[in-house]
Ligand binder design. Structure first.
Ligand code: SF4
Length: 369
């Protein structure tokens, strides 16, 4: 079914969203990757022009809200190298297996992500793709394929499956075909989409891939980030360590972001609102863990924070019936079982596919899904 909204309201760093608490900028991070210097720059943007927090999104991007000087914030974001294209900034939505090339997986997908980002920016027709369309690149962990992005690839030991709306098309690609195929499919969508913003809204998929027959079941949805001490085992990074830190409700204080940046290691923001600090030697990882653990970041895989999330809610969002983040924090329980996502209205922003979605009614919560 086609969405009725005719304009693309997804925010970027230049086209900000007017939220109840001020201007909100969203910075796309293809594959979730950023350098320590870039995270430090975003922390400064949040401290100097925003609400002093960074929000991690369900697509592995970062938001700054409550911005008082939009031009200065955009300049600082561009100066950090996080705004490489003014025309395509909102369509660089690429989620990738966050540990790829470092731990496990069937392929190192990082070059594909970089190549895909460059190819998207080089195709003028993709400027009209829309900020909701996204790409997934799964290295075989089966972590991001279950997010049901619009188009993606999933690396198996003997080749790469092309996915549409999270389902296997049956088509297998060589490594050298991945980027071009994803861009071709996205361009076909951008030029034939009508009023649809997502592949799942199309009545037929023939326009994207003639003769396609989708597999019956999508990949299972993952809701938990990798946390704690993660031994890296892939060629070139053996013996190194990645630290996985979940960020409660995705709200990262700028001060804590500065601590993370001070480690001066490569960083990955995951679609489960967590940060990976990568390529550490064991001694540095040990010290970093001791410094970061008291800061509110979560390194314990049994933490109840891993089973709860929330949309923005009040006071940041005018649509909300409640301060859903505060309510989610109050409702933490040790053995929650299924993931619970608290939302302030029926739009249910950021809802994981495999979660109990709880809708604020103004008088408590009811189950939306
Ligand atoms: S779900 Fe509703 S209340 Fe929550 S952020 Fe989205 S629009 Fe706002």
């Amino acid at each position: 079914m086609a969405r009725t909204r005719g304009t693309d309201a997804c925010p970027g760093a230049l086209q900000v969203h007017r939220a109840a608490d001020g201007a909100l900028a969203r910075i796309r991070l293809p594959g979730g990757t950023l350098t320590a210097a870039q995270l430090a720059a975003l922390a400064r943007v949040a401290s100097e022009y925003g609400s002093s927090t960074l929000e991690l999104t369900a697509r592995g991007n970062i938001q700054v809200r409550g911005i008082t000087d939009e031009a200065a914030a955009a300049d600082a974001i561009a100066g950090a190298g996080l705004l490489p294209s003014a025309t395509h900034e909102r369509v660089r939505n690429i989620v990738a297996s966050p540990l790829s090339g470092r731990a496990g997986g069937n392929a190192d997908v990082r070059p594909w992500v970089a190549g895909l980002d460059a190819a998207i920016r080089a195709e003028p027709r993709l400027a009209g793709l829309g900020g909701r369309f996204w790409f997934s690149v799964d290295d075989g962990h089966a972590d991001v394929s279950g997010l049901c992005a619009d188009v993606g690839v999933h690396a198996f030991p003997d080749g790469c499956a092309l996915l549409l709306a999270g389902r296997d098309t049956g088509l297998r690609l060589g490594a050298d075909e991945v980027v071009e195929t994803l861009v071709v499919i996205a361009t076909r969508f951008a030029t034939t989409r009508g009023s649809a913003w997502r592949v799942k809204e199309l009545d037929d998929l023939e326009r994207l891939l003639p003769g396609v027959e989708l597999g019956a079941a999508p990949f299972s949805a993952v809701t938990r980030p990798p946390v704690g001490w993660i031994a890296q085992d892939q060629p070139g990074s053996e013996g190194r360590v990645a630290l996985g830190a979940a960020v409660p409700l995705g709200v990262l204080p700028a001060r804590v972001a500065e601590y993370l940046a001070a480690i001066e290691a490569p960083l990955v923001i995951t679609p489960w609102r967590s940060v990976l600090v990568c390529d550490l030697d064991e001694a540095v990882a040990d010290v970093a863990l001791r410094v970061l653990a008291p800061s509110g970041l979560v390194f314990d895989e049994n933490s109840p924070w891993l089973t709860v999330s929330a949309c923005t809610g009040s006071p940041g969002c005018a649509h909300s019936a409640a301060d859903v983040r505060a309510d989610a924090a109050r409702a933490l329980k040790p053995d929650a079982g299924m993931h619970r996502h608290f939302v302030g209205c029926e739009r249910a922003c950021g809802s994981p596919l495999a979660a109990e979605v709880l809708l604020a009614t103004g008088d408590g919560y009811r189950q939306l899904r």
